[in-house]
Design a protein around this ligand. Structure first.
Ligand SMILES: [Mg+2]
Length: 111
């Protein structure tokens, strides 16, 4: 079965990152992330989208038993059906709206 690809960010989506980046420590897995990946990986090919060290990321995925849901890790914006990120703003074809969305933007953990 053909599966669409999703690129999913690591920090602030799959883990408990709250804006305090440390390149040596990947925060603990976020509650519900495993169940989420389990569910959507049945329909989509999942790639982790991160600039973190690839080996550290692989180790973290294995330790958290998430590796079985993931087909690759990339730091490039590869072709995908959708991108899931804690710091993205969706462009809806309207630049005025985009400026507004940018001005009110906050990651979910800064509420
Ligand atoms: Mg992030």
């Amino acid at each position: 079965m053909f599966k669409k690809t999703l690129l999913i960010d690591l920090d602030g989506v799959l883990n408990q990152y709250k804006g305090d980046f440390n390149k040596d420590i990947i925060p603990p897995v976020l509650n519900g992330a495993k169940e989420f990946l389990n569910k959507i990986s049945q329909k989509y090919d999942i790639k982790i989208f991160t600039t973190r060290n690839k080996l550290k990321t692989v180790k973290w995925l294995i330790e958290n038993e998430l590796d079985i849901f993931i087909i690759d890790i990339t730091d490039k914006k590869e072709l995908a059906w959708a991108y899931i990120d804690d710091r993205c703003i969706q462009f809806r074809g309207d630049f005025k709206q985009l400026i507004h969305d940018l001005e009110i933007f906050k990651p979910w953990y800064h509420n």
